[in-house]
Structure formats: structure tokens, C-alpha cells
Write a protein that binds this ligand. Structure first.
Ligand code: PLP
Length: 438
């Protein structure tokens, strides 16, 4: 269950097809088997006793751990250089279990205005009712001023590395420095970038979140999520009393109760999610979905490289189009994120871009109804190209002032570039623009 960087000498492209899996340990099966089982037999009563008291780590019940899910955890941990990982049933489970594990019992999370709509909605609707305040940073683009926004009860800074839908890049290194100077961790939702384009832990982040539903898997055929930890953050401070709490279930062989960092010193954060939140709230990833995610990871590098290329090609085409008011893509020369893109995203700027449709609302809707090759739905990171009017769908629950703060104007259209020939994608957009014009 614990994630290890088990083949540290190998490079990224080797790890994404090999890490976390050894055929010798699985009847020589080359492709990781789907362990479609609810539970695991105990060898004897002593074995059960040892597993239940954490004196031995092993398979017990698929809600808290499964060998196929474990391969996914270990493989993504290897790609991230993480000390620990936990896979969950969705990206939203990864976000919520992380925030609850950080701020249970009360406190606040300092976040960026540039977020996925589902995260932003939950911040507004759910967390305040659980005693967790979400503060929106005014200075996320100027980290040197961010310190003044960290309060005594702030438990973490939460950001997205490439924001959904408007592809804002943030200075993760600088934000991590500010967080650490105040004894709080930096959490990065790296869903859009994937570890192929950006590895947040290498830039100072402490926790990384994925919706595995998106580019990590890349085939639009599962819902899943992951949380990863660096293993280097010190959780045993007054700000995080939950990590010093001693549990009966973590007792040692003499019956002494222990805290998570004592039992799991390398990955206390994900262990605490596993044995508290996953165990009791139960958003477990199924082994078949884990298997699909593992297969998707095998082509991660090729997909993200091609999607970045396609997105850049589309961004350039759209930039020159008279029916386009503006284009947001970090690799464009006039992008406010261009400098960070050159510094941190040397393999590509990702498959997502957005543009402002120039025209009436009716023309914008006619344009969306006219696309034929692009799929029209609310996913990203698929092998197929997708288009959506985010302000009216994925970000439709934001109020006008929230959309303004997040820089999501009503005419924004988001594209997630797939793996098709970019000439066909451009031809589809061209015919849709023509039809929108009447
Ligand atoms: C950046 C980001 N984080 C989290 C999520 C939530 O993931 P899921 O749909 O797997 O719950 C999404 C979904 O679009 C996302 O784009």
C-alpha cells in the first residue's frame, strides 16, 4: 500500500511503464492483473492481529488498499518523486480528503482565484459548514506579498499549477517558500499539467493532487484521483494537532497508542487519509479503474507532448482569427504566463487553452452547435479534442464577481486538445466560425 520510489535510477519514460510492478510477484503476468476482490484471507489469527494493529502492513480490505490500486499509487509516486501516494475514487475525493486532513476541526485554507469550478463551488458551499474558511488570495500572482495573507489559523496554500480553464501559471517555487516560512504546506492540484509537464514536489510543493480522470489516464473512460506527499513536511507542530494525536488503532506491540508520524514516518499525510478518511468516508478507487489508469499512464509522455503541440497550433490559429477576441495559452508570446512557461514548462504548456469568442451570444452558441469533430462536453485531457463554454457549464455556478476575480468572461470557450491531426481540428473550427457568422 505504501508508495515507494522503487526504481529511482530509471528515468521518467521508463518509470511510467514499469514503476511499482514486478511480474515475478504476480504469476509472471506482464500486464498488472486486476485484483477484483473485496477482501484478503488472513493466514492465521496472529496474522489478522498484526494487520489490524499495523504491526504488519498488508492487504486487508479493498476499501483501504488493493494490489492493482497499489501499482497505480507506486507508479505515480515514482513519476512525482513522492514518498507516499493514495489513490481515491475521484479528483474531488482527492481535493476534499486533503483539505479535511489539513484543516479538520477548523481553520482556513488560502487559495488562488484560478481554480476548477467544482473546487471553487465546494469551497463556497461545503467547507464553511464544516468550520473550514476558504480565503482567496489577492496576491497569488505576486508571492512576495502573499505572506500578509497567511493567518494564525491558515493550514495550507492550495493552488493549481495550470489553472482550469484559463491556463494561468503560478510561481510555485516562490509560493512554496512563503508557505514554508510560515510553517504551512503548499498543495498543488497538478491535474492539467500531469507529472510529464511539471513535477510540483521538485518545485517545493508538499502535497500534489490529481484528478486521474483527466490527462493522467487520458482516455475519458474513468473517474479517479490521487494525493501524493513529499514526505519532508514537519506535521508535528501546534498548527496540526491532529498529527500528534495518538490512536488506539495505531498501538504498538506493548499496547501504547501512537500518532501517524510515528507509525508512518515517511508518508504520514497519505497514511492518515487512508486510515481515517478513506477508511471511514469510503471513496475507494476500484481495481478495474486503477488498471485503466495504469494503462493510460503508459502513453502519458507521448500524449502530453502531442496535446501540447496541438494546443499551441490551435492557439496560434485562433490568435489570428477575426472572430476571436483573445487567446489564453501560456506558450503564446503575449501570454502573462509566458516567462513562467519558459522557466518551468520546457516540455510543453499542456493541452488546455481558452479563447474569447467575438460576437453575440447567439453566434457563440451557433458556433458551439456547429463543431463536428470536437466533442462538446465537460472533460479535459482526453485523447479526443473537447470544446466547452466553461462560464455557462463547468464554472456556471460562479457568481459574476467570482467569475471576474477568476478572469472567466462570459465569452470564454475552453478547448482541450486531443491527439487528432491539428489540420482537421483547425478545419472544424473554421467551418464552425463560418456557420456562426450566418
Ligand atoms: C483541476 C481539476 N481538479 C479536480 C477536478 C475534479 O476531478 P474529478 O472529476 O475526477 O472528481 C477536476 C475536474 O475537472 C479538475 O479539472
Amino acid at each position: 500500500m505504501a508508495a515507494e520510489t522503487d526504481v529511482p535510477a530509471y528515468r521518467f519514460d521508463t518509470q511510467r511503464v514499469r514503476a511499482g510492478y514486478e511480474p515475478r510477484e504476480h504469476n509472471q503476468a506482464v500486464s498488472p492483473p486486476i485484483y477484483q476482490t473485496t477482501a484478503y484471507d488472513f493466514r492465521d489469527v496472529e496474522h489478522a492481529r498484526r494487520l489490524f494493529s499495523f504491526q504488519e502492513i498488508g492487504n486487508l480490505y479493498t476499501r483501504v488498499g488493493n494490489p492493482t490500486v497499489g501499482v497505480l499509487e507506486q507508479r505515480v509516486a515514482a513519476l512525482e518523486g513522492a514518498a507516499g501516494a493514495i489513490a481515491l475514487a475521484s479528483g474531488m475525493a482527492a481535493v476534499s480528503y486533503t483539505l479535511l486532513n489539513l484543516a479538520e476541526g477548523g481553520g482556513s485554507i488560502l487559495t488562488s482565484p484560478y481554480l476548477y469550478g467544482g473546487s471553487a463551488d465546494s469551497f463556497k458551499k461545503v467547507y464553511p459548514k464544516l468550520g473550514i474558511r476558504i480565503d482567496y488570495a489577492r496576491n497569488i500572482l505576486t508571492p512576495e506579498k502573499l505572506a500578509e495573507e497567511i493567518k494564525a489559523d491558515t493550514k495550507a496554500i492550495f493552488i493549481e499549477s495550470i489553472s482550469n480553464p484559463n491556463t494561468v501559471l503560478l510561481d510555485v517555487d516562490a509560493i512554496a517558500r512563503v508557505a514554508h516560512a510560515h510553517g504551512i504546506p503548499l498543495v498543488v492540484d497538478n491535474t492539467v499539467a500531469t507529472p510529464y509537464l511539471f513535477r510540483p514536489l521538485a518545485h517545493g510543493a508538499d502535497l500534489v493532487i490529481y484528478s486521474a480522470t483527466k490527462g493522467l489516464n487520458g482516455h475519458g473512460n474513468l473517474i479517479g484521483g490521487l494525493v501524493l506527499e513529499s514526505g519532508s513536511f514537519n506535521w508535528q507542530s501546534e498548527r496540526f494537532p491532529q498529527f500528534s494525536e495518538r490512536y488506539y488503532t495505531l498501538r504498538d506491540s506493548d499496547g501504547n497508542h501512537r500518532a501517524f508520524p510515528e507509525v508512518f514516518p515517511d508518508f504520514p499525510f497519505t497514511a492518515r487519509i487512508r486510515f481515517n478518511y478513506l477508511n471511514y468516508f469510503g471513496a475507494a478507487l476500484g481495481p478495474f479503474d486503477a488498471y485503466l489508469a495504469i494503462i493510460g499512464l503508459e502513453t502519458l509522455s507521448e500524449r502530453l507532448a502531442k496535446q501540447s503541440h496541438n494546443a499551441e497550433t490551435l492557439a496560434e490559429y485562433l490568435s489570428a482569427h477575426p472572430q476571436v477576441a483573445w487567446v489564453r495559452y501560456p506558450a503564446l508570446k503575449d501570454s502573462p504566463s509566458r516567462a513562467l512557461c519558459e522557466r518551468d514548462f520546457q516540455k510543453g504548456a499542456g493541452g488546455i487553452l481558452s479563447f474569447g469568442f467575438r460576437g453575440t451570444e447567439a453566434q457563440r452558441e451557433a458556433f458551439l452547435n456547429a463543431v463536428a469533430l470536437f466533442h462538446y462536453h465537460v472533460n479535459i485531457g482526453d485523447a479526443r479534442s473537447l470544446i466547452v463554454n466553461s462560464p455557462q457549464t463547468t464554472h456556471g455556478e460562479l457568481e459574476a464577481d467570482e467569475k471576474a476575480a477568476a478572469d472567466i468572461p462570459e465569452n470564454l470557450i475552453r478547448i482541450s486538445a486531443g491527439l487528432e491531426d491539428p489540420a482537421d481540428l483547425i478545419a472544424d473550427l473554421a467551418q464552425a466560425f463560418k456557420r456562426a457568422n450566418g
